[in-house]
Write a protein that binds this ligand. Structure first.
Ligand code: COA
Ligand code: MG
Length: 298
């Protein structure tokens, strides 16, 4: 499903105060976390808290999501059952962590189908899949196409760091010891797989929430590569992501001008023109239509 995903705000599932704040935020999507942001002894309370929050809070127009525990953890089964039975009507998307194969996604697809039928839901719950391990990265093309529920692939640099054995600090950046974009390979591979499957790609969280310039630079990098948005771990990051992942006025104006000139030329039977020494043809027109589409213009 084609939703806005410029900012996806994470909030620990056992923190009702933060969840309430997240529900009123400007994030396009909020997800309550049952996985890594929740301590072991809080897991089942968090699940109940999230069901209550989904049912009772006013979420406005934002997408309501929950990150469940990973499939290697038996508690993920209870997450699915309790969430769909308790608050399925208010749940738009399930975020599945540490996805490493298409088979796992098909299993979740089937399970969600049973639970939806039992709960009498008319709407299909969507999936966002975290690609955050080397197995998942290797199999990302099949994973992206594994189920019609898949709406987005999300790059997770934190767990990918551990899985790949890279040398980074808690900022998930290697400092000055690596030239260029440290995460270019993973980001590129994920967005290519996502686009081939006609789903969105969403970029990793940025842990240093007091570094807005660093966060913006990462947003710009992934926006340039074709990502639709980025995770936010703190409300401060939402405004930056919403800004970067919306094409600027200058981009939209340029796209319109190029398309106008191109369409005027094709009406005269000319398929290739120049504007100020730059070639414009159908290939360039396609890029410009993409800009207008992301901007929500036709
Ligand atoms: N969602 C909603 N509200 C949040 C928030 C979030 N992710 N992070 C912080 N806030 C709120 C705080 O509750 C606080 O509210 P208040 O002013 O009404 O008291 C305000 O924003 C400022 O928070 P701040 O003091 O700067 O940070 P903190 O110490 O309260 O929280 C973190 C810092 C990192 C612990 C917190 O941002 C967090 O838990 N982030 C999400 C972690 C997560 O879900 N990770 C899993 C996926 S990556
Ligand atoms: Mg993770």
């Amino acid at each position: 499903m084609n939703r806005l995903r410029r900012s996806e705000l994470a909030v620990p599932g056992n923190n009702p105060k933060m969840i309430a704040k997240a529900a009123t935020s400007a994030a396009d999507l909020v997800f309550c976390d049952l996985e890594d942001a929740v301590a072991e002894n809080e897991k089942s309370d968090a699940r109940e808290e999230v069901v209550r929050a989904l049912e009772n809070l006013d979420w406005g127009t934002k997408t309501r999501a929950v990150r469940v525990n990973g499939l290697d953890d038996a508690r993920s089964y209870e997450d699915f059952v309790v969430l769909v039975e308790g608050a399925g009507r208010f749940l738009d998307v399930v975020i599945l962590p540490k996805v490493s194969s298409a088979e796992e996604v098909r299993w979740v697809d089937r399970l969600l189908g049973y639970l939806e039928t039992k709960a009498g839901l008319q709407r299909r719950i969507g999936l966002e899949l975290l690609i955050e391990g080397v197995e998942g990265l290797i199999h990302v093309e099949e994973i992206a196409k594994s189920s019609p529920r898949v709406e987005a692939l999300v790059f997770g640099a934190g767990d990918m760091s551990a899985s790949q054995g890279v040398r980074v600090t808690e900022t998930l950046l290697p400092g000055d010891s690596y030239p260029g974009d440290f995460w270019h390979y993973a980001r590129c591979k994920i967005v290519v797989a996502a686009r081939a499957a006609k789903v969105a790609a969403v970029d990793s969280p940025y842990t240093n929430f007091n570094d807005p310039e660093g966060y913006r630079a990462e947003c710009l990098r992934s926006y340039s590569l074709g990502y639709a948005g980025k995770w936010a771990i703190h409300p401060k990051q939402i405004v930056v992501a919403n800004d970067v992942f919306s094409p600027s006025e200058a981009e939209v104006k340029n796209a319109r001008a190029v398309l106008d000139a191109y369409e005027e030329a094709t009406a005269r039977g000319v398929g290739a023109i120049q504007i100020d020494g730059v070639l414009i043809d159908e290939g360039i027109a396609r890029i410009m239509r993409g800009v207008l589409e992301v901007a929500g213009h036709d």
